[in-house]
Design a protein around this ligand. Structure first.
Ligand code: 2PG
Ligand code: MG
Length: 434
């Protein structure tokens, strides 16, 4: 057993150039480990609290010096001398120290940076790859390489609202290995760029490295991604399936109680949103839809799940915010059948692993996900493998903060004992596929 000697935080910068927290942990054995914290743009209200300085004259209020001070002060003092291998005790200690449900006092960014760095230190100290250590913590016997869903077209808050729907992604269902998955989706990404350029559409990159063609309707974007798959010499629905993240919370107008599609200058009720999403599923090779409705529209989600849950994965991101109470409510209400897993929505590694276990026990598919603001930290690749989540969403196959994770998957794939998992089949049933 090694104990924690020092915990040191600093302010670094994420892929949008915004400040974020990085933490170094040093053990008495001399092992050193580092982790940094991502940040979202289309955030859910119920996420753990990201502590920002709020001083508008420094980084527009986005500084994280108070969170860093908390790492170097209270957190470092609380963790000094702790057994690095007892991740659960450390994460509970961090939660107790903070004392608020959403980690708003110390900041979830401060707490998470420490939590992830501790896990990496423990892995390094015992000489095991990070994904093996995570598998141990998660109680997973057989870690597995995940199927990626790769961002091809971007809209919403990741692309200046150039399209209403946030992500159109390619899922390489014909792939039999992680490398082949990356290769197939890269072909689609390249074909989409050629099509955009041939049509005079912009080919500049959005926040997650996807293209932002500014399609007026989701139908146009779905046609464009379908044509891109075909132009890459692949078959939609057989080689590549389509996934969507509507990120509908950012479309919802809570005063009017409806959804605003700005590009079409239209407003839709919940029922009309459900009809629209159903018509996409009828006409395109769609395997999963994330956040098709607002984060608090439980009743709408229920109707949608009954209608589509036996046909596609319905993934809750803003809906569940990697929070076990929210997920428990969704399971009870029969809402969704998949959950997006984002470490900074939860705030600790143990809390995140608990949500994955809870999802699995209820038959909900976990999808490990990056944020739109990322660093070069590749923890997520190991998290997806170690939890055997089966699916990962990192963004496009562009930009170093995205490639850091894909490249780590490539390295992990050198382990000959690991399998690659295709999409889990939906358990067909009348109650929404659960
Ligand atoms: C999402 C994520 C990642 P953000 O909505 O799923 O694509 O975006 O990090 O901005 O919440
Ligand atoms: Mg989302």
């Amino acid at each position: 057993m090694s104990t924690i000697r020092t915990v040191h935080g600093r302010q670094i910068f994420d892929s949008r150039g915004r400040p974020t927290v990085e933490v170094d942990v040093v053990l008495d054995s001399g092992t050193v480990a580092r982790a940094s914290v991502p940040s979202g743009a289309s955030t859910g209200t119920h996420e753990a609290h990201e502590l920002r300085d709020g001083n508008p004259s420094v980084f527009g209020g986005l500084g994280v010096t108070a969170a860093v001070d908390n790492v170097n002060g209270e957190i470092a003092a609380a963790l000094r001398g702790c057994d690095v291998d007892d991740q659960r005790a450390i994460d509970e200690r961090l939660r107790d120290l903070d004392g608020t449900p959403g980690l708003s006092r110390l900041g979830a960014n401060a707490v998470l940076g420490a939590s992830l760095a501790v896990c990496r230190a423990s892995a390094g100290d015992s000489g095991q790859p990070l994904y093996r250590r995570i598998a141990q913590l998660a109680g997973v016997g057989e870690p597995v390489l995940p199927m990626p869903m790769v961002n091809i077209l971007s809209g919403g808050l990741h692309a200046g609202r150039g399209m209403d729907v946030q992500d159109f992604l390619a899922v390489p269902i014909a792939a039999t290995s992680a490398l082949e998955a990356i290769q197939l989706t890269s072909r689609v990404r390249a074909a989409a760029a050629s099509l955009c350029s041939a049509r005079g559409l912009p080919t500049l990159l959005a926040d997650e490295g996807g293209l932002s063609p500014g399609c007026r309707t989701a139908d146009e974007a779905l046609e464009l991604i379908t044509e891109s798959i075909e132009a890459a010499g692949l078959q939609p629905g057989a080689d590549i399936a389509i996934a969507i993240d509507v990120a509908a919370t950012s479309l919802y107008d809570s005063k009017a109680g409806d959804y605003r599609l700005r590009r079409q200058e239209r407003r839709l009720s919940t029922a009309e949103m459900i009809d629209m999403v159903s018509s996409w599923v009828d006409r395109f090779a769609i395997v999963s839809i994330e956040d098709p409705l607002d984060e608090d529209d439980w009743a709408g989600w229920q109707i949608l799940t009954q209608r589509l849950g036996h046909r596609v994965r319905l993934i809750g991101d803003d809906l569940f915010t990697t929070n076990s109470q929210r997920l428990a409510e969704g399971i009870t209400r029969g809402v969704a059948n998949g959950v997006l897993v984002k470490v900074n929505q939860n705030g600790t590694l143990t809390g995140t692993l608990d949500v994955v276990a809870q999802a699995r026990a209820a038959g909900y598919a976990p999808v490990v996900s990056a944020r739109s603001g990322e660093t070069e930290d590749d923890f997520l690749a190991d998290l997806a493998v170690g939890t055997a989540a089966g699916q990962i969403k990192i963004g496009s196959v562009r930009n170093s903060e995205r490639l850091a994770k894909y490249n780590q998957l490539v390295r992990i794939a050198e382990d000959p004992t690991l399998g690659f998992r295709n999409l889990p089949k939906l358990a067909l049933s009348a109650d929404g596929g659960r």
